[in-house]
Design a protein around this ligand. Sequence first.
Ligand SMILES: Cc1cc2nc3c(=O)[nH]c(=O)nc-3n(C[C@H](O)[C@H](O)[C@H](O)COP(=O)(O)O)c2cc1C
Length: 196
Amino acid sequence: MAKSVSASPAKPRILIISSSLNPASHSRVLCRAAEETLRERGVPVEFIDLAQNPIPVYNDFDGHDPGPAVASLRAAAERAQGFLLGIPVYIFGTPSPLKAAVEFIGKRFEGKVVGGLAAAGGTRSYMSVMDVAKSLQLDFRCLWVPRYAYGTHDQFADGRIQNDELLARVRETALQTAALAARLATPVLWADEPAR
Ligand SMILES: Cc1cc2nc3c(=O)[nH]c(=O)nc-3n(C[C@H](O)[C@H](O)[C@H](O)COP(=O)(O)O)c2cc1C
């Protein structure tokens, strides 16, 4: 059945996945700030914290059940039109829990929008998120949001973002992810086509 065409797209459901297992995680702080921004605008958000819902390394072979945490991650991913990934930078790349989450979610990312919220020790690992961005774009044809947030240790204190520019970037990343997800889920009616 054809989808209806609308100039004002419906609000998309965004799934935020916080992938750090550190109780004092900075990327989780970024994820919570993004969640707050989206909730303020009435955007439906689901939040999965892999520290609270641990998943195994990829083991979904020959009917093996990867367990309830993976089942709920997959169900939330299925419902989502867009994703925000909390990314702790590990060894110029992304950590194993996030890699496992991407592997388990798999085709549920297909054609959807993904934004990044990264935390690192210093400024030199800025491009480290590109390995997950590249995988998502190549394997699942995701649209990676070019604006992403990257915070370093000195920009956090007492479990809060202490830098206005970083906070603005988090908000912009969250809102651009939602806006792009909404647009991508809405069929286009070109100006020279009759209204349907
Ligand atoms: C195993 C490991 C590898 C790391 N590798 C890097 C790195 O390559 N570049 C960097 O800037 N910080 C690196 N860090 C520092 C983390 O990115 C930093 O602690 C960040 O806050 C982690 O995110 P989280 O606070 O959300 O856990 C590393 C930390 C660990 C534990």
